[in-house]
Design a protein around this ligand. Structure first.
Ligand code: 6PG
Length: 247
């Protein structure tokens, strides 16, 4: 189903189909680009199954690990070894066993504060991109993975927070989260997350249906504002799919 603003919704049966559909799209984008590939991962629990899938056959062998770089769209400002750390989850699920260390780009949560970590990550992204401003014709990322929280946040862009309207900075510190876990965050901003060939939301489970209904109805929520300069795809399982999107 295509929404009138170019966002596409793909409905799948269940969480297993959700992870598989996401893996297929990710792989297609990776193989589409014969050069250096940049993927922006997301945190939370939704992508865990996808991460485990791509770290194993049949996907593992099809990914050219030496030329794929892995970034994170938002991070909880906790040590890299803390169980709340988003990159730690991705490392454990697949990166440690598959990706060269130099291709893994975590945020520096050992910095003095979230703002300092944000400044450092912004510098790293700009150096990787090779420019200080983004060109729509040359997106920073091949794929940006996203999730949606119960208040409509995505990455660590919470409703009504100043980070949501930031257009200059690439990465910002967020002193206080709006939902659990209540730890400071560091997040990429909307223009930077949107600088991708495909933005891929993964939304599954009945507890997501209420917020997804609001986002897809056009309510002004962060997840609804997040769009790619390329394609924006919402992969949604049956349990999360709003009533009016059911066949
Ligand atoms: C985080 C996130 C966040 C997440 C959503 C959905 O660090 O918490 O990156 O934006 O994607 O809150 O989280 P779940 O997948 O756990 O529902």
């Amino acid at each position: 189903m295509v929404l009138n603003d170019n966002r596409k919704i793909i409905a799948v049966a269940d969480p297993v189909a959700l992870a598989k559909a996401a893996a297929e799209r990710l792989l297609a984008r990776i193989t589409d680009n014969g050069d250096r590939v940049a993927i922006c991962l997301t945190g939370g629990s939704s992508p865990k199954q996808l991460y485990e899938l791509i770290g194993n056959e049949p996907y593992r062998d099809q990914i050219p690990w030496d030329r794929v770089h892995w970034f994170i769209g938002d991070e909880r400002f906790v040590p890299a070894t803390d169980s709340l750390n988003n990159m730690r989850m991705a490392r454990q699920a697949f990166l440690n066993g598959c990706a060269p260390l130099v291709n893994i780009h975590p945020m520096a949560t050992n910095a003095a504060d979230p703002d300092e970590a944000a400044r450092r990550y912004e510098a790293e992204l700009k150096s990787f991109y090779g420019a200080d401003s983004l060109d729509c014709a040359r997106p920073l990322f091949d794929v940006v993975l996203m999730g949606v929280g119960p208040d409509g946040h995505t990455a660590s862009l919470f409703p009504g927070y100043p980070a949501l309207t930031e257009t200059e900075r690439w990465v910002v510190g967020v002193p206080q989260a709006h939902v659990e876990p209540f730890v400071p965050r560091v997040t990429l901003t909307l223009p930077v997350l949107g600088s991708c060939r495909e933005m891929l939301f993964e939304v599954g489970g009945a507890d997501k249906r209420a917020i997804l209904t609001r986002v897809l109805a056009g309510e002004d929520l962060p997840a609804g504002r997040a769009v790619s300069v390329g394609e924006t795809t919402w992969l949604v399982d049956r349990a999360a799919l709003p009533e009016n999107f059911r066949e």
